[in-house]
Design a protein around this ligand. Sequence first.
Ligand code: AKG
Length: 264
Amino acid sequence: MSKQNLFAVPRMTTRPAAWRSAFDRDGYLALPGFLSPLALHELVENVDRFLRDVVPAMPREHVFYEAKDRPDTLKQLQLMQQYDAYFGELIEKGRFADLAATLLADDVLPINVQYFNKPPGAGQPTPAHQDGYYFMLAPCEAVTIWLALEGVDEENGCVRYVRGSHRHGVRPHGRTQTLGFSQGITDYPRADDLANETPMPAQPGDALAHHALTIHRAEGNRSAIRTRRAVGFIYYAARAKADAEANKAYESRLVEELKTAGKL
Ligand SMILES: O=C(O)CCC(=O)C(=O)O
């Protein structure tokens, strides 16, 4: 018997149209129970395998620690799909790509599988930002699907979205000192940001999808014992054209700067 694909796309229902209109209206969408307990279990096992077997051989520019000399403070991984076939297949096929295509109403390009943690006692805030500022796309049409691997709430630093902020273009960003989030919105928070900001607590297996122009941030982890683990899947719409040169030039400058500062 062939192995069951736990991430297979479910039969079409009326839900995708409702998902898209909520996503278009708010700039984000919460999908409770997006992964079944079995699918989540498989994903968590593969994340743990990746952390154990793959991370030690990855280049430093794709592995970020809160404190460089403390492996227990691993906070972020980039481009996991380039280092491991499981994550390559996961971003290419199945439910995440299908959801991205539904929300962007287009074919999609799989771009990045990321791991996010806020280690207990060390996890720092995520500065307010728009992913689109980093992506350099025209038009800026992309989505990030953020999948909670465990319970996330205000104590351990849930993501917070500014409802409707995707409708108002790119805000000014400037350099931050946060590894993994080098740019933050310089005029945040304005009164309308505060009025529309919504904390997004999540249960294991819940998905949060946000548009590339949606302003979001997170507090640090205030818990001394709980981690805050998630996996992010980034897709660009086929109609979005990337300025690959500018993007590469920025990444190289940043890596040099971080190496010089001893942060990588
Ligand atoms: O996990 C976080 O704190 C932030 C994640 C994020 O900014 C993103 O997925 O775009």
